[in-house]
Design a binder for this molecule. Sequence first.
Ligand SMILES: Cc1cc2nc3c(=O)[nH]c(=O)nc-3n(C[C@H](O)[C@H](O)[C@H](O)COP(=O)(O)OP(=O)(O)OC[C@H]3O[C@@H](n4cnc5c(N)ncnc54)[C@H](O)[C@@H]3O)c2cc1C
Length: 357
Amino acid sequence: MENRLLSAPHSAKEIRHHEFDLGDSGIEYAAGDALAVVPVNDAVFVAELLEQVGANGGETVDGLPVAEVLRTDREVRTPSKDLIADLVQRAPSSELAAVVAHGDKHELDRWLWGRDVLDLLRDAGSAAPGLDELLPNLRPLQARQYSISSSPLAHPGRVHLTVASVRYGDPHRMHAGVASTFLADRVAPGGTVDVYLQPNASFGVPADPSAPMVMIGPGTGIAPFRGFLHERAAAGATGRNWLFFGDQHRETDFVYEDELTALREQSVLTRLDLAFSRDQAEKVYVQTRMREQADELFAWLEEGASVYVCGDASRMAKDVEAALLDVIRRGRGRDEDDAQAYLADLRRAKRYVRDVY
Ligand SMILES: Cc1cc2nc3c(=O)[nH]c(=O)nc-3n(C[C@H](O)[C@H](O)[C@H](O)COP(=O)(O)OP(=O)(O)OC[C@H]3O[C@@H](n4cnc5c(N)ncnc54)[C@H](O)[C@@H]3O)c2cc1C
């Protein structure tokens, strides 16, 4: 029903707000759940892939045109383990084969980051497989999960997502993530999308409407917290709410600024701490703000606050956890082991929960 750019057009990122009407799907969600989106591949990319393997598109698979099968049924961007093994066997002296021979999974992941199936086929040159050899090595197309950024109390029958469109590369070879650009580019207004609900029972607003809540969600990590805030506002919950949000630049990346400002004015959002990493000489992140506010943050924990973290798993979640441990250590005036034990208690009580990807 809606596909709106949230980031500024000249931002380094493209973050979009997508709205769906749940119609008669029967889907009933809670704030904090995720929606799995079943994407359809880009026909232009599929055509490039077919051309690369020397196919003319007239071929059929189980009676269906191969272009259709690739568009709706196969993972055409992310190389499978089988495809990698096949390419190594075909071109044993390639760069890919050398990385694989090293046996370090992280190094392989690093090398593969930003390279898709078409890149690998092009790299393989004359050793690349043809259509019949490629097809069995393409995995079935996977659904992608997105944290729901709405509350059913505030938006009955609707679900909102906050999605960063994955686009990178150069004008000669732009790369695009499958599902994020499916939502951005290939769903017609009013069109339908196959989705299913991925419930997340442990990631929701506190059962006690008066309990305080600390939410740490930079980038698209803000998604579930927008839902939480709408939920608490709609329910008239009295608990205090503190959001740590950030991204690269305030001018281009402060998504939902108007809404957050309004929620501040309505006192639904008790505190909003912002960290725009590239707006000054030294980098400032959400964890910087947490450390700056250590005493206040620890006081909230002591008053029963639940802490929620959402967003990047590779760096942010670890850095935020380290900051949280610093806050606890300082607040309690004890050592690392004591802080770890305090955090473990929070985790056991489901008062420290993460939804990171
Ligand atoms: C529980 C959960 C919740 C999530 N919630 C959200 C959410 O609220 N919002 C959201 O935007 N995403 C969210 N995600 C991530 C989302 O599911 C997808 O992984 C993401 O949108 C990318 O999918 P895609 O199909 O567009 O890209 P894919 O086709 O899967 O391609 C991804 C690949 O592109 C490459 N790549 C990506 N970025 C770059 C880059 N900058 N440079 C070079 N290479 C790159 C990498 O090789 C990467 O593996 C969530 C994930 C999980 C598991």
